[in-house]
Design a protein around this ligand. Structure first.
Ligand code: CUA
Length: 191
């Protein structure tokens, strides 16, 4: 069938409308992407939010043989400035210590290393959530306002025992902690 002038102008109008919708779509998508990028830049610059650092490397095969993550060093230590440093080893299929004791109301730095494969941890009811990659020290800074207990499960599938890999985080009054000059190494609430 030959095109009449009528169908030709209908086609032209349809094409014009199609282009308009496409331009609108492209502009909206660009605006949304710019807004998201802007938000990321704003949050990281203004609120100081960054991904947990995984810049420090460590040999996962010799964690237990000495150094920062040797057995006696694990758990919580109060630094001279009153803040707490928690050292935890993640391994198939447990966290050591299995009960992490932290003081309420002071800055807490968690330092976690894996002795074998990739693990992860999150602390229920907080925004603490990080991966633990063998060969790196995962450092997370946080603080706990109130006393109480939180669950800390492993959230990266780490083989058959994964679902049984979790620890508790018990938040207690900072006064109950041995002070920095007591010279104790790590404390925990593991039995
Ligand atoms: Cu460790 Cu899953």
């Amino acid at each position: 069938m030959a095109e009449t002038p009528d169908t030709a102008s209908q086609l032209a109008r349809g094409e014009e409308r199609g282009k308009r919708v496409e331009r609108l779509w492209a502009r909206s998508m660009t605006a949304i992407m710019l807004a998201i990028v802007g938000l990321v830049v704003f949050i990281s610059a203004h609120w100081g939010w960054h991904p947990p650092s995984q810049l420090e490397t460590i040999d996962p095969t010799s964690l237990h043989q000495g150094g920062e993550f040797s057995e006696g060093n694990l758990g919580t230590l109060i630094a001279p400035d009153g803040s707490a440093v928690v050292r935890v080893v993640a391994q198939q299929y447990a966290f050591v210590p299995s009960c992490v004791l932290v003081p309420a109301g002071v800055p807490v730095t968690m330092r976690v290393a894996s002795a074998d494969v990739v693990h992860g941890f999150l602390i229920g009811g907080t925004n603490v959530n990080a991966m633990v990659v063998p060969g790196y020290v995962t450092t997370v800074r946080t603080s706990f306002r109130e006393s109480g207990e939180h669950l800390m499960p492993c959230h990266e599938f780490c083989s058959v025992g994964h679902q049984g890999m979790w620890a508790r985080v018990r938040v207690v009054d900072a006064a109950k902690f041995p002070s920095a000059d007591a010279k104790v190494k790590g404390v925990s609430c593991a039995g």
